[in-house]
Design a protein around this ligand. Structure first.
Ligand SMILES: Cc1ncc(COP(=O)(O)O)c(C=O)c1O
Length: 479
């Protein structure tokens, strides 16, 4: 290895990244080329003609960068992938170089201590006591999977791990759940047919009355609740279920209470807004994604568990090839017997560095800014003819619907898609669409450090104009 080349190329790369972050607002946010064009661009055999890092960097500038979705662009208000904070970017760089494999303590002693500290911070935010534990994961998908596995083992009195799942167990959640939970009930053997997705009220919170009814109906048919799942920040809208009511039901039914706060958990560091998650500490397990609202670069999700022992009960197998290590004194914390993963990335470093560099209050300020931008967008929409906002945002997610009584539902849906595609193609703003309660919505979520009020105003003006243009292109429905 030529470390001089590494050093030079590394300096160039850091300069390049700094320039990129400074100048990204001038780039086209999204470049809507055909996927086939990109597959062609990278259609190449395994290279065997070594090139300099400089040359490779030039190739990446031509072939990769122009077709990235620039989540650091202030107009990015889409699927929940925030602009990564710059200190976290550097921490990821260092973590790769150290390559600590914290599945086993001996391949990352100090990294294990950092990981445990960050998990402790997350548990403190929730309000869990010293018995709590957790794992950092690839994201909310894996965290929810682990949450459901813990639920399954607890409620079946640790039989399912050995005997597999018997029929007859049911999990409950609101219709606004993230799809990770459907995958999780499938993966742990509960089965999607045994997953009740309960309708929501006008604030998109689970209807407790309907949940109770569903449980009674299932019990009358010989089925038993295995897990009640609460949502603390729905993917579409940031809606928050009544966590205290859900916990009371779970306790009554002697089953696990898991809360998916993958997106919403970030709000816990905001003194102004954290009360919105009152009751979160009642949950047996909680998903929080630091790569969402703590602006950590991907990837960093987390499953936090009120009673740390449950992790060891669910995952505590010790294969012979690791037995020596696991039998070391208990100070040598082994993630592999307290979690699903064996090889395990050192995900906590970027979170630890971010909090040390910016401080909790600064990160909370970014979150609060995102929330006030969302509220501003909501205000603009409700004051404007033909626009509807699903609810007043509690978090940063806003869903807007353009009303077109003269169009069919299908035409209205196509209008939303056409406007979204037009805006995507221009490359100034990016957001998603969704369907809720049978209607199509623009789903706009500024979880971005760089978005300002002027960007929200600009986006809303564009939306208004393009919706009006679209409507004039549609013929009225006959009759
Ligand atoms: C509420 C919620 N849960 C879970 C997930 C899945 O998280 P990840 O994409 O980090 O796996 C998401 C993703 O947006 C989410 O919004």
């Amino acid at each position: 290895m030529d470390y001089n080349e590494f050093r030079t190329a590394g300096h160039v790369l850091v300069d390049y990244i700094a320039d990129y972050l400074e100048q990204v607002k001038g780039l086209k946010l999204f470049n809507p080329v055909e996927p086939a064009y990109l597959f062609e661009l990278f259609d190449e055999k395994i290279p065997d003609d070594p090139k300099s890092l400089t040359e490779i960097h030039q190739t990446l500038q031509q072939k990769l960068i122009p077709y990235c979705t620039h989540v650091n662009h202030p107009g990015y208000m889409g699927l929940i992938t925030p602009s990564p904070n710059p200190a976290g970017i550097l921490a990821e760089f260092l973590a790769s170089a150290l390559n600590q494999n914290i599945g086993a303590y001996s391949i990352g002693p100090s990294a294990t201590a950092v990981e445990l500290r960050v998990i402790r911070w997350l548990n403190d935010m929730i309000g869990y006591d010293e018995k709590a534990g957790g794992n950092l994961t690839s994201g909310g998908m894996t965290a929810n999977f682990i949450g459901l596995k813990l639920a399954r083992d607890f409620t079946t009195k640790d039989k399912a791990q050995h005997e597999g799942m018997n029929q007859g167990w049911v999990a409950y959640v609101s219709e606004e759940r993230h799809v990770s939970l459907d995958k999780a009930v499938d993966s742990v053997g509960i089965g999607r047919n045994n997953f009740r997705t309960i309708p929501t009220n006008e604030n998109y919170q689970i209807r407790i009355d309907l949940l109770k009814e569903a449980i009674q109906k299932d019990k009358a048919n010989g089925l038993r609740p295995i897990c009640i799942i609460g949502l603390a920040g729905t993917t579409n809208l940031g809606a928050i279920d009544d966590l205290e009511a859900l916990n009371a039901i779970a306790k009554e039914e002697n089953c696990w209470f898991h809360v998916d706060a993958a997106y919403g958990g970030g709000i816990l560091i905001s003194e102004k807004h954290k009360h919105l998650l009152d009751g979160l500490d009642l949950a047996d397990s909680v998903t929080i994604d630091p790569h969402k609202w703590f602006y950590a670069p991907l990837d960093a999700g987390a499953i936090l568990v009120k009673d740390h022992k449950r992790l060891n009960i669910s995952f505590g197998m010790q294969p012979a090839y690791l037995t020596d290590q696991s039998q070391q004194k208990n100070e040598r914390y082994q993630f592999y017997v307290n979690g699903f993963e064996q090889s395990k990335r050192f995900r906590s470093l970027k979170i630890w560095v971010s909090f040390h560099h910016y401080g909790k209050s600064k990160i909370a300020e970014w979150i609060e800014n995102n929330i006030s931008l969302a509220k501003h967008l909501h205000e603009l929409a409700i004051k404007t003819e033909n626009f509807e906002s699903a609810t007043e945002p509690k978090m940063s997610a806003v869903c807007l619907h353009y009303k077109t009584p003269q169009l069919t539902d299908e035409q209205n849906k196509q209008l939303h898609f056409a406007v979204t595609e037009r805006i995507e193609a221009e490359g100034k703003y990016w957001f998603a669409t969704t369907i809720m309660k049978g209607k199509t919505w623009f789903r706009i979520n500024p979880v971005n450090i760089y978005t300002e009020k002027k960007h929200i105003d600009g986006l809303f003006e564009t939306l208004k104009e393009y919706c009006e243009v679209e409507i004039t292109s549609h013929k009225p429905v006959p009759g």
